[in-house]
Write a protein that binds this ligand. Structure first.
Ligand code: ADP
Ligand code: F6P
Length: 320
């Protein structure tokens, strides 16, 4: 039975992390535990950069993007001695458990601390939705909605100028944002790391549909493809259609979280506290068949996630 827990955010931030922090804090307080916020991920744990939290510490944050706990990468946390220092800090602060909100890298740190006797629960927080053990990651929906709004605006100017706009979206090595946003904006093509692509076929489709009256084009490229400039230049050369590239970048990481992100973050945060309350650690909370569940961290890290092949095929069958 945990009496005092910590919560931290680690790796890239994501909209909805604050909603998760709020849920963890309020749920734990309600269950009679003390709560500390650990700032700047594992760095804050090592440096003792912590703040005591009460119910008011998390007032007015559910609608805010970013993370009030700040986030950071702490590369040295891969070392056993550093993890042991983290464990010692937990003991020094009287922490019986930690909720770690982040991605796979952060979960490895959580697994290491759990193995050293500090129960840790991982919550999936990343805009990329690239965590295999869960259908959904906190921040994904907000990022996709932001990207969609931005591309709708780009379409206005692409239309006015009879241009082709190539838009690069985030996702690290995954194309989940790209394929869903591509479908949502009615992109003519989506290029992702998971599927082969054929620029000549895309160019030919553009030329043919231009003849039938289409005047502008939107092509979404996942950042993981790593060739946005090349794709832009090649499609211009192949089609003669004026082409512009836009890299949406970190705008996708900010902003007020959507309903979906706030609700799922709240459910996951609550579930994490329920586990720690029972002294259970070394688990990741995720979503499976649209329900909140938890899974062993090592098992979570060994899973693979299928790409959305059906959506990819439908997109190409409804484009042009
Ligand atoms: P994410 O959590 O979004 O995947 P990173 O891969 O950058 O982001 O990892 C975040 C942090 O998690 C790292 O800076 C480090 O502190 C910790 N971490 C990553 N990999 C490991 C590992 N193998 N062992 C222990 N801690 C790790
Ligand atoms: O994992 C979230 C993410 O925004 C990825 O989509 C992107 O590749 C990466 O983080 C960018 O990281 P940084 O904030 O270090 O530029």
């Amino acid at each position: 039975m945990a009496k005092k827990i910590g919560v931290l955010t680690s790796g890239g931030d994501a909209p909805g992390m604050n909603a998760a922090v709020r849920a963890v804090c309020r749920a734990a307080l309600r269950k009679g535990m003390d709560v500390v916020g650990i700032r700047r991920g594992y760095n804050g744990l090592l440096n003792g950069e912590v703040v005591e939290m009460n119910a008011r510490s998390v007032s007015g944050i559910i609608q805010r993007g970013g993370t009030i706990l700040y986030t950071a990468r702490c590369p040295e946390f891969v070392n056993k001695e550093v993890q042991e220092q983290g464990r010692d800090k937990c003991i020094e602060m009287g922490l019986d458990g930690i909720v770690v909100i982040g991605g796979d890298g952060s979960f490895k740190g959580a697994a290491a601390l759990s193995a050293l006797g500090i129960p840790c629960i991982g919550l999936p927080g990343t805009i990329d939705n690239d965590i295999s053990c869960t259908e959904y990651t906190i921040g994904y929906d907000t990022a996709m909605n932001t990207a969609m709004e931005m591309i709708d605006k780009i379409r206005d100017t692409a239309q006015s100028h009879d241009r082709c706009s190539i838009v690069e979206v985030m996702g690290r090595n995954a194309g989940y944002i790209a394929i869903n946003v591509g479908a949502a904006v009615g992109a003519e093509a989506v290029i992702t790391p998971e599927r082969e692509y054929d620029l000549e076929a895309i160019a030919n489709n553009m030329i043919q549909t231009k003849r039938s009256g289409k005047t502008h084009f939107i092509i979404v490229v996942a950042e993981g493809v790593g060739k946005t400039d090349y794709i832009t230049k090649t499609l211009h050369d192949m089609t003669g259609i004026e082409t512009r590239a836009t890299i949406l970048g970190h705008v996708q990481r900010g902003g007020s979280p959507t309903v979906r992100d706030r609700v799922i973050a709240t459910q996951m945060g609550y579930h994490a506290v329920e586990l720690l309350e029972q002294g259970i650690g070394n688990r990741v909370v995720g979503m499976k068949d649209s329900k909140i569940y938890d899974v062993d961290i090592q098992e979570a890290l060994s899973m693979t996630k299928p790409f959305e092949d059906d959506l990819y095929d439908i997109l190409y069958k409804t484009a042009f």
